[in-house]
Design a protein around this ligand. Structure first.
Ligand SMILES: Cc1cc2nc3c(=O)[nH]c(=O)nc-3n(C[C@H](O)[C@H](O)[C@H](O)COP(=O)(O)OP(=O)(O)OC[C@H]3O[C@@H](n4cnc5c(N)ncnc54)[C@H](O)[C@@H]3O)c2cc1C
Length: 397
């Protein structure tokens, strides 16, 4: 009997559970394998859709689904907050129960979320589109009433999920105010701790001229230190002070609370894994995938998905005795919408630097296709398409 515990039913946890339940369906039926998926939430949101909610007014309900509709047959769902994963004694403990749920394999996929405690005053002053769809909708309410003024957007701190998303917010604000015919009355300023507008040079070469053409001012090497909500001022570690009327910064992110101080994590709580097979470096039958790992690549859904496929395959190989071993290639693929139905992609691997891809309508359409197939992809319905699309980056044998 083998018990598999998966913590977190987001982009990474769901595809991993779907793949395991499909490939181990015989063993699950025979009572030789159990899969238990834990999440404190009963609904999932399509997080890339937060941009549409914040800057185009999409109704938040359009990007939500009940978790029960996303869970594959053969997977037991536990709705509770996980407060401890004990790797040495192989059990999970949740907040609402005194029971210790044993496992033979555990996969941590608890994602990341905004951490307002890192920057004094940010919470009082800011509105963000990384917390959830409801908070994103508040931004749309706010921008709908803006007639003029100075908007500051950008990166409030590192790390955060979806590296291009702050740039997308600048482009989408530009589009919003252009369409309303008041772009000349609204100043858009983009701040970033990096030394260029986008950290990867190849993408920076593509978007820097677009910032100039669209009159979006940029301030680089700006590390937000404190925010004064009353004076409407941000001060950087470099000593610069910037005035704003409206602030939509992407806050620095943190991992799930139970990971901080745990022996599987680094000092900030990110889980220490082998970047190829994703096993937790302190424990062979424990794995972590997605935003919660300490791998220094983008925190994005594509990575969570491809990592989940690698981990699921390797667990299936061990349980069924085929011994199959796959490795994650480090493939990233984040879309960056540049407004007016165009987008570029941030694409790279551990071995290949980020490519230079010009914005196009075709890329925008690809992004839109992903929106359509997202929920089905968590069930594993589109692995044939992902295999075709990612080719040798899908996994390394
Ligand atoms: C604005 C925005 C735009 C984005 N655009 C893109 C994009 O274009 N492309 C892309 O690839 N990615 C994009 N992303 C990023 C992507 O959504 C995340 O990287 C992805 O969801 C990470 O998957 P995950 O499984 O690691 O975490 P998540 O999907 O966040 O899931 C984590 C789950 O763990 C649960 N959890 C956490 N702690 C506990 C606990 N203690 N107990 C129980 N459950 C717990 C949470 O409730 C959550 O359901 C975007 C994100 C945002 C915010």
């Amino acid at each position: 009997m083998k018990n598999i515990a998966i913590i977190g039913s987001g982009a990474g946890g769901l595809i991993t559970s779907s793949k395991l339940s499909k490939d181990l369906s015989k063993e699950i039926k025979n009572g030789e394998v159990t899969i238990t998926l834990f999440d404190k939430k009963r609904e999932q949101e399509f997080q890339p859709g937060y941009l549409e909610v914040a800057f185009r007014g999409t109704d938040p309900s359009k990007i939500r689904r009940p978790v029960k509709k996303l869970v594959s047959p053969g997977v037991k769902m536990v709705y509770d907050n996980v407060e401890k994963v004990d790797l040495a004694n192989r059990y999970v403990k949740t907040e609402g129960s005194s029971e210790k749920i044993n496992f033979d394999y555990v996969i941590i996929s608890t994602g990341s979320s905004p951490d307002y405690d890192q920057i004094d005053g940010l919470k009082q002053a800011n509105m963000d589109f990384h917390t959830d769809a409801y908070n994103a909708s508040l931004i749309y309410n706010r921008i709908s009433s803006i007639k003029s003024g100075k908007i500051v957007v950008g990166i409030g701190g590192l790390p955060y999920k979806c590296p291009p998303s702050p740039n997308e917010s600048a482009f989408m604000l530009h589009e919003h105010f252009r369409k309303k015919g008041i772009r000349d009355d609204v100043e858009i300023i983009y701040v970033t701790p990096f030394t260029r507008i986008y950290s990867a040079e190849s993408i920076n070469e593509v978007i820097e001229p677009m910032y100039e053409r669209r009159d979006i001012e940029s301030i680089t090497a700006f590390n937000t230190d404190t925010v004064d909500a009353e004076k409407k001022e941000i001060t950087s570690l470099e000593g610069e002070t910037l005035k704003y009327d409206y602030l939509f910064l992407t806050p620095p992110h943190k991992p799930a609370g139970f990971l901080k101080g745990s022996d599987m994590s680094d000092e900030d709580g990110w889980v220490k894994v082998d970047k190829k097979d994703l096993h937790i470096t302190t424990y062979d039958n424990g794995f972590a995938i997605g935003d919660t790992t300490n791998i220094p690549i983008s925190k994005a859904g594509v990575e969570a998905h491809l990592e989940g496929i690698v981990v699921a395959n390797n667990i299936v190989g061990e349980i069924t005795g085929t011994g199959q071993k796959y490795k994650f290639t480090g493939r990233t693929q984040c879309s960056m919408e540049t407004g007016f139905h165009k987008a570029t992609f941030v694409v790279g691997t551990y071995d290949r630097p980020v490519e230079k891809i010009e914005p196009s309508t075709m890329n925008y359409m690809e992004k839109k296709v992903m929106e359509k197939i997202y929920w089905g992809s968590l069930h594993g319905h589109y692995e044939w398409l992902f295999k075709y699309h990612f080719k040798k980056d899908y996994f390394e044998e």
